[in-house]
Design a protein around this ligand. Structure first.
Ligand code: ADP
Ligand code: MG
Length: 247
């Protein structure tokens, strides 16, 4: 199973929107997708109309006798399954800290589902925590939304510094998120990032009301607004990501 984590140190940059829309785009192409909502706020779970909550909480999910299987839920979309968020995930750090080799916990739990899924997408909470380290160990690729502002550029550098010092080396795939073409600062920074940051994806996601609406309509933009620029962007983004995952 290939593992892609939508990850950023920063909040509110488009991780969840990316996780949900890429999970949908992949499933539409016949890939069996498991979207694991690791953010206790549960926005991905909500957007896919899945009931939040995991029976027994984070402990039964990722504790010593934990397993993903009992918690996997179907969605309205064929081939797209979700492990819902649970409020107790806010304690996942403490739980992982208790375990030996905790940094491989997420990978080994996903490994048990390898025969049932081709792709796991992890929707991460912001921050750089023990959970993030377990995510880095599990992920083949980190998909990092970067809003073209000087501050996001800095957090991307911080992530790079951290990974260089760590044993885990997922492929980092940053991409421009919430790009406002009318703002010259956005245009210039997006172009600079694409030119100067290694691995920066060529597809960016525009700032679009269709994406904002996802919290209201509770469906991927490919379903709610299939002809929108946002839907086109996610389709192209998926093609680019898949190309490098299965190259
Ligand atoms: N490309 C976009 N254009 C407009 N709004 C966006 C875009 N991406 C995300 N949003 C909105 O910004 C907010 C944060 O996005 P979200 O995907 O939840 O980010 P994160 O998971 O990084 O916190 C949400 O209200 C979402 O609807
Ligand atoms: Mg989120």
């Amino acid at each position: 199973v290939k593992v892609v984590a939508c990850y950023s140190i920063k909040g509110g940059v488009g991780k969840t929107s990316t996780a949900v829309n890429l999970a949908y785009e992949a499933s539409r192409r016949g890939i069996r997708v498991l979207l694991w909502d690791l953010d206790p706020q549960g926005a991905a779970t909500y957007s896919l109309r899945v009931k939040a909550g995991v029976q027994g909480g984070a402990k039964r999910l990722a504790g010593s006798d934990g397993a993903l299987r009992p918690h996997i839920r179907a969605t309205d979309y064929r081939g797209l399954f979700v492990i819902p968020a649970d409020f107790s995930l806010r304690n996942l750090d403490v739980l992982l800290d208790d375990r030996k080799r905790s940094s491989h916990r997420i990978r080994s739990l996903l490994g048990e589902e390898a025969d049932r899924f081709d792709l796991a997408i992890l929707d991460c909470a912001p921050g750089l925590t023990l959970v993030s380290e377990s995510v880095f160990a599990a992920a083949d690729a980190l998909l990092v939304p970067v809003v073209p502002t000087p501050l996001s550029q800095r957090t991307l550098e911080q992530l790079g510094d951290f990974l260089r010092r760590s044993e885990q080396r997922p492929v980092v795939m940053p991409f421009a998120s919430m790009v406002d073409r009318r703002k010259s600062l956005h245009r210039e920074l997006a172009a600079t990032l694409a030119r100067t940051v290694g691995g920066f994806l060529s597809v960016g996601v525009p700032n679009a009301s269709a994406i904002e609406q996802m919290g209201v309509v509770r469906a991927p933009v490919g379903v709610a607004a299939p002809r929108s620029a946002a839907a086109v962007a996610y389709r192209e983004l998926w093609t680019e990501v898949a190309g490098s995952l299965w190259s």
